[in-house]
Design a protein around this ligand. Sequence first.
Ligand code: DGL
Length: 278
Amino acid sequence: MQLSNKPAPIGIFDSGYGGLTIFEQIKKHLPQYDYIYLGDNARAPYGTRSFDVVYAFTLQSVKKLFEMGCHLVILACNTASAKALRTIQQNDLNQIDATRRVLGIIRPTAEVVGELTQSKHVGLLGTIGTIQSESYPMEVAKIFPEVKIVAQACPMWVPLIENQEHLSEGADYFIKKEIDALLEKDKDIDTLILGCTHYPLIQKKIRRYLPEGIKILSQGEIVAKSLKDYLERHSEMEEKCSKNATTMFYTTESPEKFSASASIFLHKNIQANHINIA
Ligand code: DGL
């Protein structure tokens, strides 16, 4: 693959729309950079897919963002970070271009969790893929071995949000069900990780069914601050990130559909373009 060395936008990848909740915070904290957002909507959701499939789809998307010039790509998707990041970092980057970087969103979240919990019991909600991968408990154990992660998969939450049913009364049934199941496993949880990019959209409802005093981690802000810190520490990468404050949105599905639904996640209207990655 012949890749350009010119300064270029930071690539933000997600299976679909969810990464927009992460991107919103990145853009807020680092407005000066250019960004390319790529949503693989045609093949979303990733949360129910196998390790091999999520890895293959994510690698294709990362390569596409590299071909578009990006030197740095953020996997703004918990499922892709859980199932594809490590293999891409350890095996693929060397073969593609050892100077390019791919970062995920689980490690930055794991880095702050131990500072916030007093009880050392932390709840985790996510897709089936993220929970089954055990990536969160593994990352947290490396930094805070004393912290216990108690997890609950919430398979209905992404479809409820994507079908715009999350504010309906019916959604409350499924939201309460998973939170009750989590608390049933461990009553000492004092901190909760929303380990899926969609869940900030139902944070108010999650809060409604949680006992008072449980802290909810805001992943977008954590990732944005971590990226800022990364760019401050890595001037060689920072210099390769172009700075004209532009954003381009690409989707593997219909751009009209993406533009219409993206506003639920980004709270503003955007224009998207179609892209083929397979
Ligand atoms: N973006 C995914 C995540 O954060 C949720 C959507 C999906 O399952 O593709 O896990």
